[in-house]
Design a protein. Structure first.
Length: 146
């Protein structure tokens, strides 16, 4: 049976950015009440490089792995417990709804080799799409009209 030897592929800069984001998420993003401070959550994501349109609603317990890889159009809503694993770009259009517990994942590992190298592909969700509760969107998927 082969021995797997996972190879870390993150730069020191990426590790530091992720560390700072995790602290910010835990102490300033996640603790905000759902019914208010939406603009504060959007502001924090934008400070960390996210591109977010107007009138978006983002739940405080939505988990974003790397805000700098996230682009959201206008009037989009992201519900509670959505996991946005943005190791690569995630582009979400206008008037999109992402329901509770959805998992949007841009990264995985190549299991054809024992080194398990990281593989990422961007995800695109077009205008007026609805990602229903407990959906899983995998690397490279395009949702909607393309």
């Amino acid at each position: 049976m082969p021995r797997f030897s996972y190879v870390k592929e993150f730069t020191f800069k990426m590790i530091i950015l992720r560390f700072i984001w995790e602290i910010t998420y835990f102490f300033l993003f996640r603790i905000t009440p759902r019914w208010c401070l939406n603009n504060w959550r959007v502001f924090l994501l934008v400070i960390f490089g996210a591109k977010i349109g107007k009138n978006c609603k983002i739940s405080p317990n939505c988990k974003v792995w790397a805000p700098w890889n996230l682009q959201i159009g206008n009037k989009t809503a992201i519900a509670s417990n959505v996991d946005i694993y943005s190791m690569d770009k995630i582009i979400i259009g206008n008037n999109v709804t992402i329901s509770q517990y959805a998992f949007i994942c841009t990264g995985s590992h190549d299991t054809r080799t024992t080194k398990l190298p990281l593989k990422t592909k961007k995800i695109e969700i077009s205008d007026y799409a609805w990602v229903c509760a407990k959906s899983i969107i995998l690397p490279g998927c395009k949702i909607g009209k393309y």
